[in-house]
Design a protein around this ligand. Sequence first.
Ligand code: TYD
Length: 141
Amino acid sequence: MRHGSWSLLTFHSKGDQRGQLVALQEGFEIPFEIKRVYYLTRTLAGVTRGMHAHIDLDQVLIAVSGKCRVLVDNGVTRESFILDDCQKGLRITNLVWREMSDFSSDCVLLVLANRYYEPLDYVREYSDFLRLSTANSNSVG
Ligand code: TYD
């Protein structure tokens, strides 16, 4: 098994003189089955959200409006992204610690996920995350 991973996806715009349109389809622009969609809006200044990892969840995060920072960490590497482009999506696999911060007042952070909401899938303690991440990367298969 490997450590959790992330990648930046680029979406084409079907924009014209009337404005922009970005279409996201399961199995095409989004590389997994879309079971859940949610969005974070009106996030107060100075707030950090997330601060958890998931045991088994694929997600794509898109700032469809405004901008925010997303820090991702797989227990070995950490990287910080500024999401400020509705044609970019940050794909995050399982066992990635994430923290979202520096939300602009107009930020709408759209999240697509491949599973229904499951509270038991959350890892909320960083030490638990590191332990699980190490165990996962050491396991065979
Ligand atoms: P929370 O996990 O604290 O959000 P974040 O990780 O962005 O800081 O979720 C806030 C609340 O929303 C919490 O009561 C759980 C609920 N929630 C759902 O009901 N469904 C969902 O898909 C998500 C992501 C959260």
